[in-house]
Ligand binder design. Structure first.
Ligand SMILES: [Zn+2]
Ligand SMILES: [Zn+2]
Length: 132
């Protein structure tokens, strides 16, 4: 573990995570599930499950929103935190939970076909109708 790896927490601080490897660029997800779950649209970085430590796991409520993945949030403060697919040993982590500067960039918008009609997606970042 090095000090330059990212860490994050929920709003109340009961759940904390720390990466042990670099995290991938941010994906903005405009799917209907992310929109309802976050209140706007999702923004997630990601990492292999083996490369992240989580404290306060007992405070995580997991919601199975689809047959392929589950979504984890803090049972106390409601912060959206994790999206975990069944088929791959990786974890998507809400970008908003990162503590301090992330050093990451948002490099793609996915599920744009499902986006809300009340906002525009900025030009210059690749957009995909579904998954990328
Ligand atoms: Zn919390
Ligand atoms: Zn989504």
């Amino acid at each position: 573990m090095t000090d330059d790896q990212l860490s994050g927490s929920c709003l109340c601080g009961r759940i904390r995570w720390r990466a042990r490897a670099p995290m991938r660029a941010i994906s903005a997800c405009h799917c209907t599930q992310c929109r309802k779950w976050t209140g706007h649209f999702g923004a997630f970085t990601g990492i292999a499950l083996a490369d992240v430590d989580i404290d306060g796991e007992d405070a995580i409520t997991w919601y199975r929103a689809s047959p392929i993945a589950r979504r984890g949030f803090c049972a106390t403060c409601g912060s959206t935190l994790f999206w975990q697919p069944d088929a791959e040993p990786r974890l998507a982590i809400a970008a908003g939970s990162i503590d301090g500067p992330s050093g990451l960039v948002l490099d793609r918008h996915i599920f744009c076909a499902d986006k809300g009609d009340y906002y525009a997606i900025e030009p210059g970042v690749p957009q995909f109708a579904g998954d990328d």
